[in-house]
Design a protein around this ligand. Structure first.
Ligand code: ADP
Length: 489
């Protein structure tokens, strides 16, 4: 990391977690251009990162560009070894990384630990995939020629990541990009840059060469303008809101960059009458309230068949009532705070809108008694298609439930959404489940399952939920261009 780093990491060779400066002790050394990273649970400053100028971001791009020939020139097995070491370093430091993640993001430590495990798994998987950049020989129509198709890394990748998964969203981009032979300039979210910086420091320790991975922090628009307009950046890989993704898409038009976009979603969760209701309710609550509902694949709308509506709801509420809002470091806490006051205001707006339009408030509906940015686990019933909760991502702990009798109406409502990221169907009749899943315009469907984010699977959406896939072999190829070679013989 040449241009930005957590100062304590930068000043010490290697990574000494015990000494990572968190909290007020480091404040005295900060310049006016540094921005504070705050703990969403307490408001305390947990670290500072530099606010880089456009020139410095340009210099980071130049360094990544200069490093490309060396990194892409390594044998894939050698890149794989570096990534495998990085996976091991992340696993070895998982307790410290998880506390850092919870400190800047707020989620319960158990969720943070699981996320660090997922980040390590991405590097481990793509360490293997690096050696599978196979091309093909296409049957030629002429005896005097041969057709070869090879995969080549695209070049410098700009990666822009969100705050809701500060480790796994970073790993999901870095691992395939570095495996393919790309070099990366990473812009983490301003709310959660420390986990990204820690992973980058470990990447250096693992052997990612200087320049091949740059982390840039500071004003998003300033950094975004450089990364999207610099012709040396070949690809933008972005995860975040559809609105920001759309803006970056436009900004990339001038230099025709390759794009990977993982944008907003509005996941439906459909429960058929033959579902195992205990399992469906437990899965529904786990998927909905993980990270306080701040995940792009979390269910936004629940459609429960009228025949089992009351029975499902009873089980669902039982699980909801077990959720405990609290500081992520307290092992009893299972409900995270929202990332900031703007997120809290959005949740309040969605709930107020639903109630004004006739929804029934069954649980919660207010900021939580512990204060801060916690919002009560909330259940709304009698939700209709016009309410904000049915159209926009709430990104909060609000479950909007309605009953259905005609699955055709549910499909029509789901497919009318501009989003098409994830969805879930629960039931026992496999042909109903499969046919329903296939009829939904969604990139991913969990069938009696909710944890979609697996490193070997292609993660991504259709429509305004994005472009391309992250994870799996498709995820590696997204960081490559095909080169066709016609050989006369
Ligand atoms: P949110 O509103 O939840 O923060 P965003 O989509 O705006 O979601 O943020 C996702 C990522 O995009 C973050 O790293 C954020 O800093 C970054 N971002 C936001 N606006 C821009 C921009 N104009 N240029 C580049 N990156 C941006």
């Amino acid at each position: 990391m040449q241009y930005a780093s957590c100062k304590s990491v930068e000043e010490r060779p290697g990574v000494q977690w015990g000494e990572l400066e968190i909290g007020g002790a480091s404040e005295a050394r900060q310049s006016e251009d540094d921005s504070a990273v705050r703990d969403p649970a307490t408001g305390a400053v947990v670290g500072h990162v530099p606010a880089l100028s456009a020139d410095m971001v340009g210099a980071a791009v130049a360094a990544a560009h200069a490093a490309f020939a060396g990194w892409s020139g390594l044998a894939p097995q050698e890149r794989g070894k570096v990534l495998r070491r990085l996976a091991a370093l992340i696993a070895d430091n998982s307790a410290d990384l998880a506390s850092l993640l919870t400190a800047e993001q707020g989620k319960p430590l158990a969720e943070a630990r699981a996320e660090i495990g997922s980040a390590a798994a991405y590097f481990d998987f793509f360490a293997e995939e690096a050696r599978r950049l196979d091309g093909e020989i296409v049957a030629s129509p002429r005896a005097d020629s041969r057709i070869l198709v090879a995969h080549k890394p695209v070049g410098v990748v700009a990666a822009i990541t969100p705050w809701n998964f500060p480790a796994s969203m970073v790993a999901r981009k870095l691992a395939p990009a570095l495996a393919a032979g790309c070099t990366v300039v990473l812009k983490p979210a301003p709310q959660t840059p420390l986990t990204a910086l820690a992973i980058a420091a470990l990447a250096r320790e693992a052997g990612v060469p200087e320049g091949a991975l740059q982390v840039v922090t500071g004003d998003a628009a300033t950094i975004g303008a450089v990364l999207t307009r610099d012709p040396r950046v070949a690809m933008l890989s972005f995860t975040g809101s559809t609105a920001t993704g759309r803006r970056l898409y436009e900004q990339c038009a001038g230099t025709i960059k390759k794009l990977g976009l993982e944008l907003g979603g509005h996941a439906p969760f459909i429960v058929f009458p033959d579902a195992d209701l205990d399992k469906a309710a437990a899965a529904a609550v786990a998927a909905k309230f993980r990270n306080a509902g701040q995940t792009c694949v979390c269910p936004n709308r629940f459609f429960v068949h009228a025949e089992i509506y009351e029975a499902f709801l009873e089980r669902f509420l039982r699980e909801v009532d077990r959720l405990v809002p609290g500081d992520g470091r307290d092992p009893k806490s299972t409900l995270a705070p929202l990332i900031d006051v703007a997120a809290l205001a959005k949740v309040e707006r969605h709930v107020a809108d639903a109630l004004a339009r006739g929804a029934t408030l069954t649980r919660g509906g207010r900021p939580a008694a512990i204060g801060g940015t916690w919002y009560e686990a909330t259940v709304l019933e009698n939700v209709d298609a016009e309410m904000l909760v049915s159209c926009e991502e709430t990104f909060g702990p609000v479950a909007a439930i309605s009953r259905f009798s005609d699955i055709g109406e549910v499909k029509a409502q789901v497919n009318a959404s501009p989003y098409g990221l994830a969805g879930y169907v629960f039931g026992r009749d496999i042909s109903t489940l499969l046919k329903t899943a296939e009829s939904l315009d969604l990139g991913m469907v969990g069938i009696n399952a909710v944890h979609l984010g697996l490193e070997m699977a292609p993660i991504g959406g259709v429509k305004q939920s994005g472009l391309g896939r992250e994870g799996g072999h498709a995820g590696l190829l997204d960081y490559c261009e095909q080169q066709y070679l016609l050989i006369g013989v």
